[in-house]
Design a protein around this ligand. Sequence first.
Ligand code: XMP
Length: 521
Amino acid sequence: MAAKPNPTFDGPFYQPAEKFFLANGKIGLTFDDVTLATLYSEILPRDTQLETALTEQLRLNIPVISSDMDTVTESRMAIAMAINGGLGLIHYNMPERQQLSEVSRVKYHVQGLIQEPIQVSPDQLIGDVLALIEEKKFGFSTFPVVDDKGKLAGLLSSHVVKPRYAAKKISAALTPRSQVHSITKKELGKDPIARADKFFTEHIGIHKLLVVDDDDHLHGLITLSDVERIQQERKAQFKPARDAQFRLVCGAAVSATRNAFGELDRARILAHVGGLVERGVDVVAVSTAHGFSKGVGDMVKVLRDAFPKLPIIAGNVTSAAGVEYLAGCGANAIKVGQGPGSICTTRIVAGVGIPQMTALYVCSRAAAKKKVSILADGGITKSGDIVKAMTLSQAVICGGIFAGCTEAPGEVVEISGKMYKHYRGMGSLAAMKSGSAARYGHEKADATRKLAAEGIEALKESCGSVDRVLAQLIGGIQSGMGYLGAANLAQLREKARYIRVSPAGQREAAPHDVVELKTGN
Ligand code: XMP
């Protein structure tokens, strides 16, 4: 029989959201100000489910979204997020056409298919290939050989890419086209990996399969090792987030572009979003610093009228009235967060914004009434913050946590022997000059005037792949759910009991009074 919390002794201390936040109504609380009480549990962390629905059509297998920031999400990040079951929002600090191709890259990404394999030509020397491998630090040495008409001429195998053959022409060393295994794009069908898996089983000892079109032009390469890794991953608990056509999900941020008269440039906005929809975008995000404003509301209405079924995220707000306003304009999911971000200075510069847990509580009540979802945007620094945020929201949006990942845009820089990546606020001067000024209510042309930056430029320590970072976060979320006896996120929201933490309690919560040898992760 399930044990119930003891109402007499536990009740006055560990309170459900309604009682807790109303009792603390005079103070703005954020993640570290509160902790969750543990409850009787029959749930093991590994058995918890993390599916979430942002809208009826848009479901994720983990409740984590990468932020639409120019140092966080482009196609590489969005692909990694969707493969892990989440979602990436492609930023808009780039020409509109480029954003369309970034979305296409995600939607047409076939996991395991190297769509633009490095190719060589029959006239090159093996020595040229060796130099290329050295220069680019490639970890492989088998290359498709393509003639000057783009047709497949053969395969250069690793066992001939050796210094002793450096002076030989590729044409003399390649495995000829007639002996190279290939498959057409059509034959690959809807599940290319399953098809390739079958091929490799049927062809003992073959490790590479080339993908061609009907005219024998090269379109990709599938390797046995990738297929085996993916088949392994398919057994994983959290499946990739896909649309009805089995493509990875992808979101894109859109700007409230204005014309010379300061009015919303309807024609341009509709053409751009129309292009995104054509490419299969699953959701657009109208991302601004102040979502409870006429300009943002009008933009959402324009999109809702033109694209009645398109899921729309809008924000940011921190009040129930803001949620009701954007929901009324047609948004399906509302971003909550003004100033909590790790690179944000809105609270310092403008003196506004609400600590995140209080903002989430207030907004979540209006969201439930309006039947829209809430996205906790910013300020997440650890998995425990996500558990707390998920007691009041449908997903979290993270920037800083992913900015140091390999899949984030930008190069790794070395400083005093440590590796870093750049991370900047979209309200930083540099980002606004690259296009995000409208998000903060400025014109891009204002760059010469004094803009009040609301974000900083920073560095994040390089932290490896998104897979690795998400594995840590998901493990933490599942632990939290296990402690609360919550089998899924709906139960987490229902069961959460909160208590405030004193400054001494916050110190107690982190490692203390020891010399730390290794960090937790
Ligand atoms: P984290 O804490 O994950 O926050 O790094 C990412 C979120 O911060 C918001 N954002 C900004 N807020 N000034 C701000 O006040 C900025 O320059 C800025 N840039 C991003 C945004 O909501 C993002 O998802």
